[in-house]
Design a protein around this ligand. Structure first.
Ligand code: ATP
Ligand code: MG
Length: 529
């Protein structure tokens, strides 16, 4: 059990972990049991990248919509029939929250009868053993794996296996899904599953696929790392024409898609995480007629994905225009413009731009300009006390970077000349370390004596400076600046005078009492007389 908590925490990205925490909170306040299910569990266990999060709740997921929106999730679709939410969490984390349900298939091609169910019943309606596992996200059993079909064994054996003999008959879209997983993971179908698959193919079950499944499976293509190989496999198996009758692998610009994925990888390495899905759909369908593209768009359930795809071209054109205009006339301005642009737009433009000026600026943004950062003289800045702890640091470092980009600071000397007047005043020297043992005792006596001496005099500055700030001593507290910022000239003599005044103070006390005694004796003598 503990193993899966650890795996959950180490395999999910920080943004995915945050999304899990948000769904957990929402489910807990709604009093619903929550599980991580489907591909997320498969990928956590198998070690493949976790592309999206599939959650299942016992109860209607639609009840969580408002709570999840409040914490920053955007809703791509809310299906009233299956009570499922399609969401995107901050950081571009795609998720699905579904109601645990049972499905009863009466006739091929007809939607199943749906009823709310327990998590175990829900796992029975799933497509393949490797996708039919659930990981508890509930207090007290967090990390507990439910695996009624021994999916872990099939992950180890690298096999795609259906849960029962009617899997493809009940829902022919599972044929497409089997091809997709088998191509993506390079896992073959288990022997009997293969027989059922072949029989279903022969029997033309796919003709009975539901419209909603077509849209769902088209959308899934957008999230593949190698969509072209999946598309080719669909074509070979005869599934592609079902998704759209005019689609073919030959109509897809495989070269551009490959550049798109490489550029995304390059951006990931630089810390940008663009959502590539809208661009994948753009290039997969670029050579289809408008009518077909509109049909595909209508079929896709996630409406925010469709909107992002639609906006891609116009937004990229707008960015290209700005990049080739006055607004980006200097490297620093182009840098600022690209830094504030959405990573999706930069990615799309990087692949589609034809104007040399635009192409070059994006290229520089990824490479040459970034290297200029290394010219910022960090060691010298530290010497000048321009360090990240200083509030002005980020602004100054950025300013230097922009000036270096534009060639306004051409050498280290010029850069330092620019930096010096911006440096903060030097910090005060550290307080002298407290003394130990006999030395400390002596110092304490000296400090006390200095304080006494100071009281005796007219509260000398040096004495206050030497005394440690103590709330019990109003004299010291009354002069916080003197304590907080001791001047060297004040501090050193104070120590000395402390030592010196220690003895005289004592002797002064003695002489006083001696002279008092003499006075009393004289007075007694007078009285006697
Ligand atoms: P990935 O998201 O990595 O492509 P996935 O397995 O998560 O793979 P999804 O399409 O996100 O696939 O579906 C989530 C889960 O829902 C699946 O793992 C499976 O358990 C279930 N599921 C989806 N479609 C079907 C289906 N047609 N029949 C049965 N179960 C399905
Ligand atoms: Mg999934």
């Amino acid at each position: 059990m503990a193993d899966y908590i650890y795996t959950l925490e180490t395999r999910l990205s920080p943004d995915q972990q945050k999304a899990v925490a948000l769904v957990q909170d929402a489910a807990r306040s709604a009093g619903m049991n929550l599980y991580l299910t489907g591909g997320a569990v498969r990928d956590i266990i198998s070690g493949f990248p976790i592309r999206d999060l599939d959650f299942t709740v016992q109860g209607s997921a639609l009840k969580l919509q408002k709570d999840l929106e409040r914490v920053g999730a955007t809703i791509g679709d809310a299906d009233d029939e299956s009570k499922t939410l399609l969401l995107t969490f901050p950081g571009g984390v795609r998720a699905e929250v579904a109601m645990a349900r049972s499905e009863q298939y009466e006739k091929t091609g007809k939607p199943p009868l749906i009823a709310p169910a327990t998590i175990i019943e829900d796992l029975r309606r799933r497509d393949f053993t490797v996708n039919a596992m659930a990981l508890s996200l509930n207090e007290g059993s967090r990390g507990l794996l439910m695996d009624p079909f021994n999916g872990v064994a099939d992950i180890e054996a690298k096999l795609i296996r259906v849960l029962h003999n009617y899997a493809f008959l009940d829902d022919p879209s599972r044929l497409i899904r089997a091809t997709r997983f088998s191509t993506r993971f390079h896992w073959p179908l288990e022997e009997r599953t293969q027989l059922r698959y072949d029989a279903a193919k022969e029997g033309g079950y796919i003709e009975h696929i539901r419209d909603s499944s077509i849209g769902y499976e088209i959308e899934q293509l957008a999230y593949e790392d190698d969509p072209v190989s999946i598309l080719k496999a669909y074509e070979k198996e005869g599934w592609l024409k079902l998704l759209n009758p005019h689609w073919s692998a030959a109509r897809v610009d495989a070269g551009t898609l490959s550049t798109l994925m490489k550029t995304r990888q390059q951006m990931n390495e630089l810390g940008y995480v663009p959502d590539v899905a809208p661009a994948v759909l753009y290039f997969l369908t670029e050579r289809l007629a408008d009518k077909d593209v509109s049909e595909i768009r209508r079929a896709i359930p996630r409406k925010d994905l469709v909107e992002a795809w639609k906006d891609l071209e116009d937004n990229a054109k707008e960015l290209a225009k700005r990049l080739s205009g006055k607004e980006a006339a200097t490297p620093s301005r182009a840098w600022e413009l690209l830094s504030s642009a959405r990573p999706e737009m930069i990615l799309f433009l990087a692949v589609t731009a034809r104007q040399q000026a635009v192409v070059q600026k994006i290229k520089n943004f990824f490479t040459k300009w970034r290297q200029v950062q290394q010219k910022i003289p960090l060691p010298e800045m530290t010497e000048l006390h321009i360090t990240p702890q200083w509030p002005q640091y980020a602004k100054i470092a950025h300013d230097v970077f922009l000036r270096l980009l534009d060639g306004k600071l051409r050498s280290r000397t010029e850069t330092l000349r620019f930096l010096k007047p911006l440096a903060p005043p030097p910090p005060p020297p550290p307080p002298s370390p407290p003394k130990r043992g006999r030395g400390a005792k002596a110092a304490a006596v000296a400090a006390a004596a200095a304080l006494l001496g100071a009281k005796g005099k007219a509260k000398g500055k040096s004495a206050v400076a030497a005394a440690p700030p103590s709330p019990a001593k109003p004299e010291a507290a009354a002069k916080p600046t003197a304590v907080a910022k001791p001047k060297e000239s004040d501090k050193k003599p104070a120590k000395k005078s402390g030592h010196k005044s220690a003895k005289p103070a004592k002797s002064a006390g003695k002489t006083k009492s001696k002279s008092k005694g003499k006075k009393k004796k004289k007075e007694k003598k007078k009285k006697k007389r």
